[in-house]
Write a protein that binds this ligand. Structure first.
Ligand code: SAM
Ligand code: DTB
Ligand code: SF4
Length: 331
């Protein structure tokens, strides 16, 4: 979807925008389902990168202490517990710039993925930069989706991160797609960007071929010690508009209402679901930051008459559209 199309939708009266996103939602998804995803930080802190929102960067005194890669048996316990509690997707995050074939830590990750993928959940990993061979190895080990966010517009990205480029992010996404993994790609609202940046971010994400299988919409959780610690919160109606646009522009993606739910009322979250969000991170912790308690989420889901999504037996990645270019067009 082009920037102009996104902009004219964005400027509609809110109810009209939601009416449109709701109808796209109903054409593509069961209307009352929400996917529950469990997130686990398998390697926390000490990251070389300078992403100015992130508590895991070694450059900031955020109070997050660097840890080693978790042991496989502990990860498997957490994955089984996630499945028991109704999650259908297990997402493992590592605070790395990226991974390289032939290193011990990459072999350890492959070993972990092989075992987690036996449990019947979608297996998502977010490990930073990948080359073609790392992507291929992860796919073979059983990864179903690779999370790599573009986070903001190409223009605003250098104000947020200087240790890698927006193009580096696009290259990794291409490698994940070429290896046959689904891509989970979204961004963060509240990084000091303007509406144009938010729409450009969605323009890029919607131009991927194939479009991402999931689109996480995070609201910045300002982390003490990071350059964005004092950033003010995101207006709920702007968040809802971006969710509605993501639903319209990327109709078959799970739109995940991601970081920042602890700052949203139940009513605000409900509006997000109504506008097209159909997936959440479920569990008391994200990577380092807080998330609503499991009981609170289950209670909300129940009161809204929503149903947790059942496991999807088809874990294959979406197909590319052969009539379209497969590199996003960056203006
Ligand atoms: N190192 C890998 C990478 O950068 O892709 C994986 C982990 S990284 C923490 C995953 C994503 O979490 C980021 O791309 C960003 O969208 C999100 N994130 C990190 N810190 C956040 C914060 N304070 N508030 C909201 N989202 C955040
Ligand atoms: C995504 O888009 N959001 C998740 C997941 N992908 C890896 C991470 C949110 C992190 C929030 C900040 C923290 O926990 O440190
Ligand atoms: Fe490292 Fe990822 Fe955090 Fe950036 S977002 S500092 S790459 S863990």
């Amino acid at each position: 979807m082009t920037f102009q199309e996104l902009e004219s939708l964005y400027n509609l009266p809110l109810f009209e925008l939601i009416q449109r996103s709701r109808s796209v939602h109903e054409e593509n998804w069961p209307s009352a389902e929400v996917q529950l995803c469990t997130l686990l930080s398998i390697k926390t802190g000490g990251c070389s990168e300078d992403c100015s929102y992130c508590a895991q960067s070694a450059r900031y005194n955020s109070g997050v202490s660097p840890e080693r890669l978790m042991e496989k048996c502990q990860i498997l316990e957490r994955a089984k517990a996630a499945r028991e509690s109704g999650s259908t997707r297990f997402c493992m995050g590592a605070a790395w710039r990226g991974v390289r074939e032939g290193t011990k830590r990459f072999d350890q990750v492959l070993d972990i993925v092989r075992d987690v993928s036996e449990l019947g959940m979608e297996v998502c990993v977010t490990l930073g930069e990948l080359g073609p061979s790392e992507a291929q190895k992860l796919k073979e080990a059983g990864v179903t989706a690779y999370n790599h966010n573009i986070d903001t517009s190409p223009e605003h990205y250098p104000n947020i991160v200087t240790t890698h480029t927006f193009q580096d992010r696009l290259n990794t996404i291409r490698h994940a797609q070429d290896a046959g993994m689904s891509v989970c790609c979204g961004g963060i609202l509240g990084l000091g960007e303007n509406t144009t940046d938010r729409l450009k971010m969605l323009e890029v994400i919607s131009s991927f071929n194939p479009q991402p299988e999931s689109v996480p919409i995070n609201s910045l959780m300002p982390m003490p010690g990071t350059p964005l610690a004092e950033q003010h919160g995101v207006d709920t109606f702007e968040l809802v508009r971006i969710i509605a646009l993501a639903r319209i522009a990327i109709p078959k993606a799970k739109v995940r209402l991601s970081a920042g739910r602890t700052n949203l009322s139940e009513e605000a979250q409900t509006l997000c679901f109504f506008a097209g969000a159909n997936s959440i991170f479920y569990g008391d912790k994200l990577l380092t930051a807080a998330n609503p308690a499991v009981e609170k989420d289950l209670n909300l889901i129940d009161r809204l008459g929503l149903k947790p999504q059942q496991p999807n037996p088809d874990l294959s990645a979406p197909n590319a559209d052969q009539t379209k270019p497969n590199q996003p067009q960056i203006a």
